[in-house]
Design a protein around this ligand. Sequence first.
Ligand code: GLN
Length: 537
Amino acid sequence: MKKYIFITGGVVSSLGKGVASASIGNLLESAGLKINFLKLDPYLNIDPGTMNPFEHGEVFVTNDGAETDLDLGHYERFTHIKMSRKNNLTSGLMYNEVTKKERAGQYLGQTVQVIPHLTNHIQDRIFDVPGDFIICEIGGTVGDIESLPFLEAIRQVRLKLGDSNTMYIHMTSVPIISSNQEVKTKPTQHSVKELLSIGIQPDMLMCRCETPLSLEHRQKISLFTNVALDQVISVPDVDFIYKVPQVLFDQKIHERISHQLDLKPIKVDLKDWSQLIKKYDQASKEIRIGIIGKYTSYHDAYKSLHEALAHAAISHDCRLKLYSYDSESLTQDQLKSLSSLHGMVIPGGFGTRGIKGKLAAIQFAREQGIPTIGICLGMQLIVIEYFRNVLGYKHATSTEFDNDTDTPIFSLLEEWQDKSGQKKVTDDLGGTMRLGASTIKVKSDTLTFKIYQDASFEERHRHRYEFNFNYADRLEDQHLKIVGVSATESDLVEIVELDNHPWFIGCQFHPELSSTLRAPHPLFLSFMQKGLSLGGK
Ligand code: GLN
């Protein structure tokens, strides 16, 4: 029988349920259990693919090409398992699937209703996730209208599977009032009441607070919420999210879980993980990396990138110091300050805004020898900058920025491959991208080959525009080299590198999506190694 741990959130959003779920996964996996995850998101978009990163944060892309919630990134970074489209379900997708079934006549004669049709459908998806221990996180906050079908569905799961196969963990916020430093448990009490009103009594509470909760406050919460004292867990702020598994382990949450789920005592082994945390704590140097992007004001928009840079920094015994530059308002002084960095990243993105600043930064880094990695849109701009400022194609651009250009160095595949010159018009912005993992082959006498130590490897993609291969011959005998292409379509350019620069690589794929604390991505490792050897200024 499969076991399910359901994680809900109360009081406010952004409590770190994703990190808590990933940390529980980390502990159970280290005890040898076959875990998996499911994230249920209450919004009506089919997936977060079309959502503004300012609103929703990064879109995490799985190997099988699903555009998913960024929490799936945490799940991968804290464990060894890889996510797929089975691991994320939104309300939008759920309604879409149910109404499709209705149109196909599968509910013939019945009135299709939230209960039981929608809730049954959710449960089918819950039961469909492979693995023995499924950690299922419900997005949003208890009390929201949108999440009700999900909560009703998980309530029914216990009815079907019983107490010893299901566990409800509720995460809440315990604020401290700044004027008198008073710890407030009332919001937690109310949030549990809210959960109770829909028929769910939490088995465990995870209380987010600035500092560890005292015994007295835990006792008070226990009394008012009917949750046993040893199941009231304090989750204080940590300086490094990867410390959360240890915080939970110290409070023996694995014992509580194994008791609730009627398991034989489990033996959590955090030895390897603790070594990595120790490396972070002992890091003595600092590495300064700049990100020139348009979503810099919202931390979650470049989540995986920040994490991937942190992983590589720790591996080099460094603390990461990130400098974010808003590409829409990059000043001359900021541009000059880039030379004090160990390296610079031009991240992925969409649309015309901020392009000018990114191109200026790329030109500066190319001319000044600053280690630079351009990711996806960043790679496209590396090529465009080279065409403009080295090869003299003053109007070189992508059709993403100028649809009528006479120099489309990047364009939709259909545009440059269509010999008739007819442009394919598409008004469907959802699911029209090259998505997910595919194989790349690289030339052997290149920096990229040295970094990967392999002539072929898989990376994840998320983009629409491709290098227009009709311009490939212009790069022959130039310093900017096409060194990697798709293994299946050799005119899809994947990697470019500049051979007269200390470290300057553009990749059409997203290396940040596959970096973990245990296995930092080789591209970021090499990029930082070069930066450190040059020393920054
Ligand atoms: N906007 C570019 C494209 O669609 C790059 C996408 C990205 O950076 N993820 O091709």
